[in-house]
Design a protein around this ligand. Sequence first.
Ligand SMILES: Cc1cc2nc3c(=O)[nH]c(=O)nc-3n(C[C@H](O)[C@H](O)[C@H](O)COP(=O)(O)OP(=O)(O)OC[C@H]3O[C@@H](n4cnc5c(N)ncnc54)[C@H](O)[C@@H]3O)c2cc1C
Length: 418
Amino acid sequence: MKRYSIFSLLRNAFSYHENWSRAWRSPDPQPEYDAIVVGGGGHGLATAYYLARNHGMNRVAVLEKGWLGGGNTGRNTTIVRSNYLLPANALFYEHALKLWEGMSRDLNFNVMFSQRGVLNLAHSDSQLESYARRGNAMRLHGIDAELLGLEQVKAKVPLLDCSDQARFPVKGGLLQPRAGTARHDAVAWGYARAADARGVDIIQNCEVTGIRREGGRVAGVETTRGVIGSKKVGIAVAGHTTQLAAMAGLRLPIESHVLQAMVSEPIKPILDTVVTSGATHMYISQSDKGELVMGGDLDGYNSFAQRGNPPIIEHVVASVLALFPAFSRLKLMRTWGGIMDMTMDGSPVICKTSVDGLYINGGWCYGGFKATPGSGWVFAHTIANDAPHPLNEAFTLERFAAGATLDEKGAGPAPKAH
Ligand SMILES: Cc1cc2nc3c(=O)[nH]c(=O)nc-3n(C[C@H](O)[C@H](O)[C@H](O)COP(=O)(O)OP(=O)(O)OC[C@H]3O[C@@H](n4cnc5c(N)ncnc54)[C@H](O)[C@@H]3O)c2cc1C
């Protein structure tokens, strides 16, 4: 792999940037691999990279039915944070956040990780108290958290309507200063390039259509490019997790729903942190291109469509304008949707399954982008050792049967509530 650096940038400038080498190969599938990862999103690519880097497994293939990052990895609102209440979630996401902090150097690829902070707004005294509880729990785990009063919120986000007349009065907020955003496509490309350099075969336009089993254990996969053998198959397909699991006869406590996002026309820098409002169901940040990036709630019914409907767009825009009246003259430029794999408790599933050699990484709900490096790290460990890493021991399928759910919000078995 040719290193990216200021010198390679200068060298290539002299030839008008026409001679950059390809970032990763495009090989034909081999008949057999030591491990196959299905899904060329951030999670699948990170898993393959850590299989090679941490566990010395180089005969690995990533099979992607479309193009790299064409799923939720390239569709999210890029928020990265670790502000969780429950120990299993907090420790796992904090591990991921630490990996984010070193990712550009590790991958030799600028993922534009910007630690601009994530501010959760409190609109009532009781919400502020529950934030204080979550902030205290985070600090006990060594995670940064600051409880802000109204004046501090005003100073941090001057455009926010903090007046007495506001439709949703602001009482304060919980800030995680180390949280922020990253360039989502770059994460997929960075992991792909680094995995490829370690010998991983990345095979695009290769849809998995069946999972082969022999004597109760995995023997390989059927794909649109033929049968590929492997005794270890890891599924990392986000919204399609239930479909892949069904190929091996498994029924999961996961539902697929559409989540939409949208951007305004680009404007000059005006918002230098991520602001979320759980009460109004909206979150907003400004991209490096200047667009305001906004998202909200699920569309509210099961779907595998990668597009949504106007009512949610209207809801998100109404919430944004209630909090930021100054944005009312902006034009909406683009909207899109992705398929969310919603679990019944809002926490992910990263585990072995009842089929020997089959591993599942899914159930990311709204929040799998921030998990990407941590998810790849522990999933690679699980596949390589046929046993969970301490950080994903709790993310089993069995927890649903045992009633030991990881219900971060205490919202019960309702995907829409997570
Ligand atoms: C609108 C929106 C906003 C979001 N905002 C955030 C956010 O701000 N922060 C955050 O942390 N998370 C966010 N998320 C969630 C986050 O994007 C996902 O949880 C995460 O990207 C999942 O990554 P992945 O690699 O598992 O999935 P994906 O990137 O979806 O990759 C899965 C891949 O599997 C492929 N695939 C599917 N079926 C097959 C098959 N049969 N054979 C081969 N390949 C297959 C797909 O083509 C896809 O490329 C958001 C999601 C959406 C849709």
